[in-house]
Structures are given as structure tokens and as C-alpha cells.
Design a protein around this ligand. Structure first.
Ligand code: ADP
Ligand code: MG
Length: 682
């Protein structure tokens, strides 16, 4: 590798905690900040779109593995020494006076256990997944330094991957339990990058897959197999055979050297159970990188040489990406290798990232160790900007386009449903989709349905249920329940009929009463306005309340001769307040209202509109409701061509203004202008 090989051997301090933090400007092309994504065409949005998400530096831990040959430690001292829990020094075995000192976020010595590394550096970032944020763990280092041991481990000493999966599944079970606000589901994908080809380890027959970036800057691989997992047994069932598909080969440094970069992707999907039905998606990348190869020491030839060329290239590009980010270069060469393209999220992107640099104590690893530590120190200066990946679930199901492989095949879906049911002796509760899945309409081919879609339908169903919707039933209600429901509906209909009849009777009574009162009023020549008394009626179908335009409320209250405007609004459930103190407030929210204005005010309002139409400039016209720049110009043009408007209704003759628009224009303007008359000259 670069740098380290030619680095001068003198004492120097590298990558201190404080100096390491630097805000990396947005990279060219792929947007990083919420602001730039928020303006996109996507339906999905981010929490805090418009604000730049706070920075989170890539965290770097270094792990020193023990001597593999226990006797070796006695004959040669390790070339790496711990200073404290975060710092180490590398000694030049030719001159022990010269050392390189490094400081990282954590340093794990040769006696550290798998649990130490996991609990100290990996476990803390898992919670971000439940916040809908991304996280990445990368194992880096020379071949034979312990990357696979750290990530995968052995049955006796399980590594980061099994521990993280165990915890994550436990966490999602707890957080997604019935009664909690979010329903959670976990899926896994597993791939390797071998000789610049992206291969699906869960479906080894598939060829090289392409890496794409969606409109939100998310990196995705269309066609990559995703398996739903609800328990650790599930995970193992998919992961273990897939690991066997990984390309490995024997080199002199490692009998089973990983010849590819292996990427395990775990997705945590969250769907809010109640309105506003938000969705969140958090992705966890667990990456075991192939080691850098020094062909003189690995003895590589032929295919191995070609492989190591590809590995070195991608790791070299990885170094360039880190440097470009640190220097704030406008172009970050993510696209120069498949590995860096995939890691776009993890380095300088939106993930909480942790790099575990694995190093070996043996003298023969010296150059690779220095080189790995230099890379780790540079990576520590990379700043990511994690954000919450959140979207709102529309009430109407959007057409979801899923690639063929994202949709589960019939057998797979069956298996997935089976997994979601409680396995005997398993602590996992049955997930919601499985428990309700049989209730779906037979038209819906469940076996072909994506579990995410299934969950979406279920939440829609729950929502309809909670709102008592009478819409087209989504679920296939069993016959007996359906009969009961139909009976209830029938009874409700009868009840409504009965109420309607009763209302009609009451209306007739009220009309008769009104007629009598009217007569009495005529006789007594009362000065009271008729409407002010009618509002007291209880059973009138269209009840009336006295309202005034908002700006007049105070004047009206002060004036003893207040004119009365009656607002009767049909079909709108709006609660209105009476301004007349003498009038009881007996309106109920479910009442209907219509607009009535005294004829005098109406006439005045119309006249004012007419005056404006005939004399007003484009700007004056725009002060009217429903008249924008375009319509104002049309009106002025019409006036110039045909002369003044003789009545407001002439507006309909203006090309581009329909009768309906004219009507809504009148409704919108007349009350305001009539009010203008009451409050004095406008
Ligand atoms: P890499 O993946 O970096 O090429 P491996 O993880 O395969 O290296 O490790 C090489 C060898 O060293 C393996 O036999 C592994 O079991 C052993 N090893 C690595 N790290 C440790 C450790 N921390 N403790 C004990 N053995 C280790
Ligand atoms: Mg390995």
C-alpha cells in the first residue's frame, strides 16, 4: 500500500481527537445534506429536510491480534505497543528509538476479547438504526491481521456480525411489540465484491449486479436478494450457507484468505402503527474487507495475482476517497471502484461509521501495519452527516414497483410467513403480518406479496378499522362475521330512516310556528329583524348564526344598530359564533349553514366590484379574491375591447373565466366588499 512504506520513521503524533474533526463540504454529484435532497422530486422526505444534519465523524478503532504462534512472541517482541486505551505506538525494529504514535477512538490490545470490541465500538451505533439512520462497520487491515475473526469470529468466539444481529433482532422485537407505536421488520442481504463484480451470496447463480443511487442519494443494488429475518435462527439459516459461497483462497499469509470484500446488509424497516403512519428505514452495513496484498509475500501468481490486483485497486481507491474527503475536493472518486461506490454512504455520507483497523504484531507485518494505521488515521478525519430516513405513508396505496427479486417467490413468502409465526420454544412473538395475513382478500396473492407491502396493507386496514370506514373492504372477512356486519349496517340504515322522518315532522311544526310568529310580528310592527329571532329555533334544518367579517367584530359589538349578516353554509361542518349578545348560542357543529346578506349590502358589494372591474388597474383587480395576474390582465383586455362591464355577471364573457369561476369569485368577494361599505369608505 501507499504512504506507510515510505513514511519517515520518526516520532510523530497522528489523528488526535480534536484535530480530526473537520466538516467536509458536500461532495459533487451526490447530495449529502437534507436541504439538497428535500427539494427533490421524491415523495419521501427526510426528517429535518432543509437543515444540514449534524456531523458525525467516522470513528476508528484499532485491534491488535495476538501472535498466532505462541512461541513467536518470546523470540521477537511485538512491533506494536499500547500506550493507553486509545493510543499505541509502532516501533521500528531496526531502531527502537524511532516510534510512530497514533491516537484513535479506541485501541484493543492482543488480550482484548470479541465482546470488548463489540460492546466498546459497535453496540453503541446500533440504536441509530431504530432512529431510521444508517450505520456501517468496516474491518480493514492486511491479510491475516484478523478482520474475519473480528467480524465473523468462530462458534466459540462469535464476532461482531452474530453479536450485532442478535442484539438488533432483540431490539426490534422489543420496540416493535404489539402496543408499541412502531411495527418493525428486519431483512438481510449478503454480497461480495470479487474482481470488481458484485455477486449476490444469497443467490450465487445471479451474475454481476449494478450499484445505483436513488434520488435521495441512497446507494442501492437492484435485484439483490433480501430475506426477512425475525430470529437469529432465521439469520443463520440464510447466512451460513451464503458464507460458504464466499470466494476464498489459500495464500502464504492465510490458509483461507478472503479474496473478496464481503458486505452484509441488514435493513430495519419501521412503520408507525397510528397516524401519521410514518415510515423509517435504517441500514446497517457489516463489511469484511479483503486484505491488501503484497504479492512478494503472498506468493501470488496467475488468478491470485489478478485477484490481488483488483483488491489492491479498490483499496487504493478507498484511500483516494478518504483523502478527497479530507481535502474537501469537489470530486470524490466513489465511482472508481465498486467498493467505494457501495461505501459512499459510509464514508462522507449519511451513516454512523466505525472502521476497525486490524493489525498484527509480527515483524513481517511491519509495513502493512504502518500502512493500515496511516489509512485509519486519515479515515478518522472523515465527517459524515447522518440523518433520519423518514417518509410519510400515504393513505392511498401508491403503486409500488419492486424488482422481480425483491418480490418473494411463493415458497419464500410461505417460509417468511412461517417464520413470523411463533416457533415452538422460540421467544419471538408472532409478527403482525402473519397473524392477520389470512384475512386478506383472496384477490390479493399473498404468496407474491412483499412483506413490506403486506405490512402497509395491514396498517391501512387498521386505519380504516379505527375510522369505521364503510369503504371497499380490504380484508376477506369470514362469512359469519360478514353476516353480522351486514345486519348491523341494515339496522343503522333503518335508524337513519326513522331519524329522517322525525326531522321532517319537526320541520313542519317549526314552519307552522314561524308563520304564526310572522303574523304576530306584522301586527305588532316590531322593529326586530325577523332573522334575529328565528335563530332560536331548535329543530330547524338549516340553522343560522350571526357572523361578521373578522375585521369588523369589534365595531359590530360596539354598535347598537349592528346590521346582521347571516352565514348559512351548506354541507360544511363549521362551528360559528353568534355576535349578537341577545342571541343564544345553540348551534351545534353538525349544523349546516348558508350565506345570506342583506340586499342593500349585497347591492353595494356588487356595485363596488363593478366599479373595480371597469376602472381598476391590473393591480387593483388583483386585490380581489380569486383574481391573479393572468385573470386581471384578461379583464383589462376585455374592457379595452368591449367597453365597460354593465353587470358583474359580464365577467363570464371574458375568455378564460368560466361561469363556475365567476360564481366562486362573487361568493368570495361580495361579503368583504359589502363589509367595506359598513366599515366606511374603503
Ligand atoms: P484476515 O481476515 O484479516 O485475513 P483472519 O481473521 O482470517 O484474518 O485471521 C487470521 C488468523 O488469525 C485466523 O486463524 C484467526 O483465527 C486468527 N486470529 C485473528 N485475530 C485473532 C484474535 N484476536 N485472537 C485469536 N486469533 C486470531
Ligand atoms: Mg479475512
Amino acid at each position: 500500500m501507499e504512504a506507510g512504506a515510505s513514511a519517515p520513521l520518526k516520532t510523530r503524533q497522528m489523528a488526535t481527537a480534536t484535530s480530526g474533526t473537520r466538516v467536509v463540504p458536500g461532495r459533487g454529484g451526490a447530495p449529502k445534506s437534507g436541504a439538497s435532497w428535500g427539494a427533490g422530486r421524491c415523495r419521501l422526505s427526510k426528517v429535518g429536510a432543509g437543515r444540514r444534519p449534524p456531523p458525525a465523524r467516522v470513528r476508528v478503532a484499532v485491534r491488535l491480534r495476538p501472535f498466532l504462534d505462541e512461541t513467536a512472541g518470546a523470540s521477537e517482541p511485538p512491533c506494536v505497543r499500547a500506550i493507553d486505551s486509545c493510543s499505541l505506538e509502532v516501533a521500528n525494529w531496526r531502531n527502537y528509538q524511532e516510534t510512530l504514535k497514533y491516537q484513535f477512538d479506541a485501541f484493543y490490545g492482543e488480550r482484548s476479547s470479541q465482546q470488548d470490541i463489540y460492546a466498546g465500538s459497535v453496540q453503541p451505533i446500533l440504536r441509530h438504526l431504530l432512529e431510521g439512520q444508517n450505520a456501517s462497520v468496516l474491518a480493514y487491515g492486511p491479510t491475516g491481521a484478523g478482520k474475519t475473526h473480528t467480524m465473523l469470529g468462530s462458534p466459540e468466539q462469535p464476532g461482531v456480525i452474530p453479536r450485532a444481529l442478535m442484539d438488533l433482532l432483540q431490539l426490534t422485537r422489543e420496540e416493535g411489540a404489539e402496543g408499541r407505536p412502531w411495527a418493525l421488520s428486519v431483512t438481510m442481504s449478503y454480497l461480495e465484491i470479487y474482481q470488481e463484480k458484485v455477486l449476490d451470496l444469497l443467490d450465487p447463480a445471479s451474475g454481476d449486479l449494478v450499484i445505483r443511487e436513488d434520488c435521495r442519494g441512497n446507494i442501492l443494488i437492484p435485484g439483490l436478494t433480501q430475506r426477512p429475518i425475525t430470529s437469529f435462527t432465521d439469520f443463520e439459516r440464510h447466512f451460513l450457507p451464503a458464507s460458504g459461497n464466499r470466494t476464498v483462497g489459500a495464500t502464504r499469509l492465510n490458509r483461507r484468505s478472503s479474496r473478496s470484500h464481503a458486505v452484509l446488509l441488514v435493513k430495519v424497516d419501521q412503520r408507525e402503527r397510528l397516524a401519521p403512519f410514518r415510515q423509517r428505514e435504517g441500514k446497517l452495513y457489516l463489511i469484511d474487507l479483503a486484505g491488501s496484498e503484497d504479492n512478494r509475500r503472498t506468493g501470488n501468481q496467475g488468478l491470485r495475482l489478478k485477484e490481488s490486483g483488483a483488491i489492491n485497486t479498490s483499496l487504493f481507491v478507498l484511500g483516494k476517497v478518504v483523502d478527497a474527503l479530507n481535502q474537501g475536493l469537489p470530486r470524490v472518486p466513489y465511482r472508481d471502484s465498486k467498493l467505494t461506490r457501495l461505501l459512499q454512504d459510509s464514508l462522507g455520507g449519511s451513516a454512523h461509521s466505525i472502521l476497525i483497523a486490524n493489525i498484527a504484531p509480527e515483524r513481517r507485518f511491519y509495513l502493512d501495519t504502518v500502512s493500515a494505521l496511516n489509512f485509519a488515521a486519515r479515515s478518522r478525519e472523515v465527517v459524515n452527516r447522518p440523518f433520519t430516513n423518514e417518509s410519510l405513508q400515504l393513505h392511498v396505496l401508491p403503486p409500488v414497483k419492486l424488482s422481480q427479486k425483491e418480490l418473494l417467490g411463493p415458497s419464500e413468502a410461505k417460509r417468511a410467513r412461517g417464520c413470523e409465526e411463533v416457533e415452538p420454544g422460540s421467544p419471538e412473538p408472532a409478527a403482525a403480518p402473519a397473524s392477520a395475513s389470512q384475512r386478506f382478500s383472496p384477490l390479493q396473492k399473498l404468496s407474491n406479496m412483499d412483506p413490506a407491502m403486506l405490512e402497509r396493507l395491514l396498517s391501512l386496514d387498521r386505519m380504516l378499522g379505527s375510522q369505521g370506514s364503510q369503504g371497499t373492504p380490504l380484508l376477506n372477512t369470514p362469512k359469519r362475521e360478514r353476516m353480522v356486519l351486514l345486519k348491523t349496517v341494515e339496522e343503522k340504515d333503518l335508524e337513519i330512516e326513522r331519524l329522517k322522518m322525525k326531522q321532517k315532522e319537526l320541520e313542519a311544526k317549526v314552519l307552522a310556528q314561524e308563520a304564526t310568529e310572522e303574523e304576530e310580528k306584522e301586527n305588532s310592527r316590531s322593529l326586530l329583524r325577523p332573522l334575529s329571532r328565528h335563530t332560536v329555533t331548535v329543530a330547524k334544518p338549516l340553522k343560522k348564526a350571526v357572523v361578521m367579517p373578522l375585521q369588523l367584530i369589534q365595531e359590530q359589538a360596539a354598535s347598537p344598530h349592528a346590521e346582521i349578516h347571516v352565514l348559512k353554509k351548506k354541507g360544511r361542518k363549521r362551528k360559528l359564533k353568534s355576535l349578537d349578545a341577545s342571541e343564544p348560542e345553540e348551534q351545534k357543529p353538525e349544523d349546516c349553514w348558508e350565506l345570506e346578506i342583506s340586499p342593500e349590502l349585497l347591492a353595494h358589494g356588487r356595485q363596488k366590484i363593478l366599479d373595480l372591474l371597469n376602472e381598476g388597474s391590473t393591480r387593483d383587480l388583483r386585490s380581489l379574491q380569486r383574481i391573479g395576474q393572468k385573470k386581471a390582465q384578461l379583464i383589462v383586455g376585455w374592457r379595452e375591447l368591449h367597453g365597460p362591464f354593465s353587470q358583474v355577471e359580464d365577467l363570464e364573457r371574458v375568455e378564460g373565466i368560466s361561469a363556475k369561476q365567476m360564481e366562486s369569485f362573487l361568493k368570495a368577494n361580495i361579503l368583504g366588499l359589502a363589509a367595506g361599505h359598513r366599515s366606511g369608505p374603503s
